[in-house]
Design a protein around this ligand. Structure first.
Ligand code: HEC
Length: 179
């Protein structure tokens, strides 16, 4: 999706850009409100418009519309998801996190969290893969040689149920995102 010249003009004027509205229009989905504040973000192309819309509906409430996180509520997901997506265990970690949630203390950069991410297993495999591709490519800027996540990868993790504490333990074992 490419920003329209009108959209750029609106952003330059410091007004909220209605990327969310555009994505919702394309996908025909409802979109939770939210102003995209980081100026750089709005000029990104979205690799996954449906993932973008589903992210706004299911994740933005806690992680923020551009994934920057909310202090003491939910971590930023704008960096290491790209590194996760480059390894097979990291890809499993991303799928497990959205399917089963996460529970327990984690550190992201200098920030500590000890919250509970809900499981989102009610969303189907294709939707979860699209959301993760939005996170990995649009929010965390993974390089082009990283392969998009597939519905089959989500299905593989759905076949092995774990709980949110195990998701957190697997995260720790990877040592990609910090303790
Ligand atoms: C109700 C709030 C909430 C919602 C909704 C939510 N999350 Fe989370 N998320 C959290 C919290 C809290 C954590 C950290 C859990 C902890 O402290 O153990 C987290 C952790 C994560 C992590 C792992 C962070 C890390 O450092 O390993 C990812 C990735 C993630 N969320 C993505 C998503 C995506 C994608 C969605 C939507 C499909 C989503 N979250 C929806 C609250 C939420």
């Amino acid at each position: 999706m490419t920003a329209t010249p009108a959209g750029r003009a609106v952003r330059r004027a410091g007004m909220p850009w209605s990327w969310c509205t555009l994505a919702a229009g394309v996908a025909g989905l409802a979109c939770l409100g939210g102003v995209l504040t980081p100026a750089a973000y709005a000029d990104e192309k979205s690799g996954s418009p449906e993932g973008a819309a589903a992210f706004q509906s299911n994740c933005a409430l806690c992680h923020g519309p551009a994934g920057a996180g909310v202090p003491a509520l939910a971590p930023a997901i704008t960096d290491y998801p790209a590194r996760y997506a480059a390894t097979s265990e990291g890809r499993r970690q991303l799928a497990m996190t959205v399917l089963y949630g996460m529970f327990g203390e984690i550190t992201v950069g200098d920030a500590h969290f000890n919250g509970q991410m809900p499981d989102l297993s009610r969303l189907d495999d294709a939707t979860l893969a699209a959301i993760l591709n939005f996170v990995v490519f649009d929010l965390a800027h993974a390089p082009a040689d990283v392969k998009p996540l597939t519905a089959a990868e989500i299905a593989a993790e759905r076949a092995h149920t774990v709980d949110g504490a195990a998701v957190r333990a697997h995260r720790k074992s990877l040592a990609i995102a910090g303790p």
